[in-house]
Design a binder for this molecule. Structure first.
Ligand SMILES: N[C@@H](CCC(=O)N[C@@H](CS)C(=O)NCC(=O)O)C(=O)O
Length: 215
């Protein structure tokens, strides 16, 4: 490990950042972690990230500021369980997640920021997508019994939706989807992808992601 590890600008609860960290952790890559406060973003981050969004990964020769690109970059380095072996539909599902599903999710979660929107209608729009996933999840994962890139790219968003109102979510009849989410939340990979870091300031000691084990 050295200061040449890629730098990951991240925010713990952000579903885009979570999907990037899942892929980085799964691929066995170590990054220098910089926790960003969204309402007061570090200058260093603003200078390197064109999209000004987390996650942003700074490599020696380029900057990746889209979470899906970071996932693909990590899996190109190492994909031990072949997450990339998924049908083209997996990619379509990710596009739907990042587009209409996330839009309806945000209008449900942050309803007060969208006073002209009907929160219940948006919750329903998002739920329709989840019903589609629930049907696909009969064998445990979206494309059979093993997770693919699509499962891991989508799960952080389903988690975010579920926790808007967990009691309501738990009362829905989406048995497969709820089992899929529960098993993800209980997984070692999820736990390893969610460590807590203090906000990063220039000059701080380097923090690594995933965390280094100390015995
Ligand atoms: N397209 C980006 C979207 C990432 C994104 O929107 N992240 C949010 C946090 S969850 C963000 O950084 N928003 C900027 C802000 O809140 O100022 C990706 O997939 O990486």
């Amino acid at each position: 490990m050295s200061v040449s590890n890629p730098i990951l600008y991240s925010f713990r609860r952000c579903p885009y950042a979570i999907r990037a960290r899942l892929a980085i952790c799964y691929a066995g890559i170590t990054t220098q972690h910089r926790e960003i406060l969204l309402r007061d973003k570090a200058q260093e981050f603003l200078q390197v990230s064109q999209s000004k969004t987390v996650p942003t990964l700074v490599l020696g020769d380029r900057v990746l500021d889209e979470s899906y690109d970071i996932m693909l970059w990590a899996l190109e380095k190492n994909d031990p369980e072949n997450w990339r072996a998924m049908p083209a539909l997996g990619h379509d599902l990710i596009v739907q997640t990042d587009g209409p599903f996330k839009d309806a999710l945000d209008k449900t979660k942050y309803a007060s920021r969208h006073p002209q929107e009907d929160m219940i209608a948006n919750r329903h729009t998002a739920a329709e997508f989840l019903v589609t996933l629930d049907v696909m999840l009969k064998k445990g994962c979206l494309f059979g019994s093993k997770p693919t890139l699509a499962d891991m790219a989508i799960l952080p968003f389903v988690r975010q939706y579920a926790f808007i109102d967990k009691l309501w979510f738990d009362a829905q009849p989406w048995t497969n989807l709820k089992r899929w989410l529960e098993s993800f939340l209980a997984s070692d990979l999820f736990a390893a992808s969610m460590p807590k870091y203090p906000r990063w300031y220039s000059g701080d000691d380097i923090a690594y992601f995933p965390e280094r084990k100390t015995d």
